[in-house]
Structures are given as structure tokens and as C-alpha cells.
Design a protein around this ligand. Structure first.
Ligand SMILES: *Cc1c(COP(=O)(O)O)cnc(C)c1O
Length: 422
């Protein structure tokens, strides 16, 4: 979001007029920011054969999937439904990595039928996979190196109690299964968590992966997952992508020389690619002075952006209707019948009823974690692309809430059709 000519903008487009046109609450994304982040990661790795698999659980709108496809990205899907969304957006099956956790073998089978790259994170499934497909379908193996890293315990995946991945200490067992069933392991994968600050963590994980890779002959890629930290506050330290690219790139090339073939280096970032690109625009319904604070109550809540309540995440908030107003201290809360506080004690330019606030850094895990609690409609979504704000998801209606419900006769009540447009 830039401040130009007295207005907050995405690539020149005035966000206040976007809110005016499409109403609130509204997710708005800036394609240029996504493109910039994608290129930044790509450039950081120089001449390494880098493949970026966009982790679509961060933001899975078709327009966004198509945007990344147009840049040459692949896709990281954690459910068969994400696989299908990716295929629908036109990704080649071979460009989609399917990394489910804790699924039944039936879901793995659907992945094989779809022709995507299968990533296995559990010994029992690996054995089942070998039994079913032998050497006919290759697979990637998700290892857990037990490196503890990441923002908070909710988003760490590498620790010893984690449900993710096959422990590196079980490598001997993996080898036995691979050999017995003649499984073709085409890749190794690691994802140590979210919000990893230190390039050193990736490098430590990398050494363990290189070590493990010696046990597999047919590797085509090593996937280092994601976990790049982005800035939520102005002074937040972020993962130094350029440093990572240089150091990991160098080690990777050395490893490839030893291994004897030029492997691909994969990453599957979500947050890094889309977080900064998005804002949630909300309208202030009430300004309520209590004995202790001033609440700004907005037309949204934990049903639309749950990160502040779920992860205790900080999201910067800007009053785009009153950019030069005198700053005052506010507690910004939602309209859900829960304590859904977006922000405590924030200095924000004076807030008046009807003002539009921009909740920043809402591109990742915003809309995709939204729900209909309190039977509220989820927000619409707009993409600023080629200098134009375009609707990429319409606002929901009462019909959407009723769509999947089945009419049954209850007592002697007549079920009534919705007769009005709300
Ligand atoms: C969630 C997830 C990602 C993306 O993580 P970010 O922190 O959003 O970059 C990548 N890979 C896997 C397997 C994931 O589960």
C-alpha cells in the first residue's frame, strides 16, 4: 500500500474508491506485489534450477492461482481439493506437489489418479504406497529433521512432538521399505514451520537433507518447503532472501556435484508471496467510548480474519478515510459475538463512524481461513491487476448460506422458500 496524492493506493489505484465501488468488508490484493515477491525469490537463487511451488492454502482464489501460473510457478497443495482447484486453474499435474498430512490412502489414490507429484509424510502410507504402486508411480518423502523453528508453537512443525513428516531417525526404516517395494523416490521434502527468521535454520535443514539424499538414487529435486518470515510491523526483521539464495544456492550446487546430477531446488512459499499484497478493508460501524478505552467496532471480525485472535498476530491498521487526522488510541474490535479484537491500544488517525480502515498484510491466511460464523457473509475479493480493480469473488448472499442445506419436513411446519432478495 502506497500513500500518494493524499490517498492510499495499490499500484496507483485508490483503495477508498475500491471500497466505495465494491462495498465492505472487502479483501483487496495487489498483483504487482505478488509478482515482485515471486521475482525476488527467483532472482535470489541465480543460476540454480529453482522451482517455486506456490502454497495455495495461503490464498486460493482462481485468479491468484492463474497469476502465479502465468509467472511459471507450480503449486503446493495440501488437500485433494486444492489439487483440483490447481488443475482447474490450468496447472499441469506434474507442476503440482500434493503434500497432505494425516489423510487416508484413498486421498493419496485420488492424487495419483490426478497425476500430481505425491509427497508422503508417514511410514505406514509409504508402505501402503509401495504395495499398491511398486516402481510404477514415483513419490517424494517428507522428512522431519527436528529443527525447532518458527514464529510460535502453533506454526512450528519440526519439533519432536510434531505430527508432520517422517523422522530423519527413521531413515533406515524408510530405506528398507523403498528397497523392498522398489519405490522410486524422486524427491525429498522438508518444511520446518512458518515464520523462520534465520537463513541458518534453512542451512541446517539443508545439511540434513543432503545427508539423507545419499540414501536415494533417483532424486530429481529437493524441496525446502517454506517458512519465510514477512514483516507485520515496520521494524520486524524478515528472512534475508538474498543471503539465503547465495548461501543455500552455493551449498546446493556443491551437493549436486557430489550427488552426480543437477537436481532442482524447490520452495513452496505462501505467506512470502501473498501476505503483503493484501488488505482487508472494513467499515467502522461504531465508535464506543467506555470507562477504559475507545472501541472502534467494524463490519468484520474473526469470521473474516482470524489471525489476530488465533495466532495473536499483529496486523497494522490504517484509517484510509482520514489519513491526516489526529492520531488517537483505539481498540479495534469485530462484530462477532466473541471477543474478536483485531488490535489493542493502537494509535490510529482519528476514527469516525463510516470510515474505512485497512487491515494490512491480510493476503495470506485471511480469506482462506474465513468462515460463516454468526451466519455472516464472507467478504468479496478484488484483485488490482493491470491498473484496474477487478472483482474476483462476489459477495455472498443468503442463498449461498442455504445452498447446501436440505429441506426436510419438521413437525407440521411448512418449509418456506426464500421469497425475498436480501
Ligand atoms: C503451509 C505450508 C507452506 C506455506 O507456508 P508459508 O509460511 O505460508 O510460506 C508450505 N508447505 C507446506 C507443506 C505447508 O503446509
Amino acid at each position: 500500500m502506497q500513500f500518494e496524492d493524499g490517498r492510499y493506493r495499490f499500484s496507483g489505484v485508490d483503495l477508498l474508491s475500491v471500497a466505495d465501488e465494491f462495498d465492505s468488508p472487502l479483501y483487496v490484493y495487489d498483483a504487482n506485489t505478488m509478482i515482485r515477491q515471486y521475482k525476488r525469490l527467483q532472482d535470489a537463487f541465480g543460476d540454480v534450477k529453482l522451482k517455486i511451488k506456490y502454497a495455495c492454502k495461503a490464498l486460493s482464489n482462481q485468479a491468484v492461482l492463474k497469476l502465479f501460473r502465468s509467472l511459471g510457478s507450480g503449486l503446493d497443495a495440501v488437500s485433494i481439493q486444492e489439487v483440483w482447484l490447481g488443475l482447474h486453474a490450468g496447472y499441469e499435474p506434474s507442476e503440482i506437489l500434493f503434500t497432505p498430512n494425516g489423510v487416508s490412502f484413498d486421498e493419496i489414490k485420488l492424487g495419483v489418479e490426478a497425476g500430481v507429484v505425491i509427497n508422503i509424510d508417514n511410514i505406514a502410507i509409504l508402505e501402503h504406497f509401495g504395495h499398491e504402486y511398486g516402481n510404477k508411480v514415483p513419490c517424494c518423502i517428507r522428512l522431519n529433521p527436528h529443527i525447532v523453528a518458527g514464529g510460535n508453537q502453533h506454526i512450528q512443525t519440526g519439533h519432536i512432538d510434531s505430527k508432520f513428516g517422517i523422522s530423519v531417525h527413521q531413515l533406515r526404516h524408510v530405506e528398507r521399505i523403498v528397497k523392498t517395494y522398489d519405490i522410486r523416490v524422486n524427491g525429498l521434502h522438508v518444511h520446518t514451520g512458518s515464520e523462520i527468521l534465520d537463513a541458518g535454520v534453512f542451512l541446517r535443514a539443508a545439511e540434513l537433507m543432503f545427508e539423507s539424499a545419499r540414501h536415494f538414487e533417483h532424486l530429481q529435486f529437493i524441496d525446502f518447503g517454506s517458512g519465510f518470515k514477512v514483516a507485520y510491523k515496520d521494524d520486524d526483521v524478515t528472512t534475508d532472501i538474498e543471503e539465503l539464495g547465495q548461501k543455500l544456492g552455493k551449498r546446493f550446487r556443491e551437493f549436486c556435484d557430489q550427488y552426480g546430477s543437477e537436481l532442482e531446488l524447490w520452495f513452496e512459499p505462501g505467506k512470502f508471496l501473498v501476505s503483503e499484497s493484501g488488505v482487508l478493508l472494513v467499515k467502522v460501524n461504531t465508535v464506543k467510548q467506555t470507562m477504559a478505552t475507545v472501541f472502534a467496532g467494524v463490519d468484520s471480525g474473526q469470521n473474516h480474519l482470524i489471525r489476530p485472535m488465533f495466532y495473536d498476530a499483529y496486523h497494522h491498521i490504517v484509517n484510509i478515510s482520514n489519513p491526516t487526522g489526529k492520531p488517537r488510541v483505539y481498540t479495534v474490535v469485530g462484530y462477532i459475538c466473541e471477543t474478536d479484537t483485531f488490535a489493542w491500544d493502537r494509535k490510529i488517525n482519528e476514527i469516525r463512524e463510516g470510515d474505512i480502515l485497512a487491515i494490512m498484510n491480510a493476503g495470506a491466511y485471511g480469506f482462506t481461513m474465513s468462515n460463516n460464523y454468526n451466519s455472516r457473509f464472507r467478504p468479496a475479493e478484488v484483485l488490482v491487476y493491470n491498473g484496474k480493480a477487478q472483482l474476483i469473488r462476489r459477495r455472498e448472499t443468503l442463498e449461498d448460506l442455504l445452498n447446501t442445506q436440505v429441506d426436510v419436513q419438521i413437525g407440521n411446519l411448512q418449509t418456506e422458500k426464500v421469497s425475498q432478495n436480501f
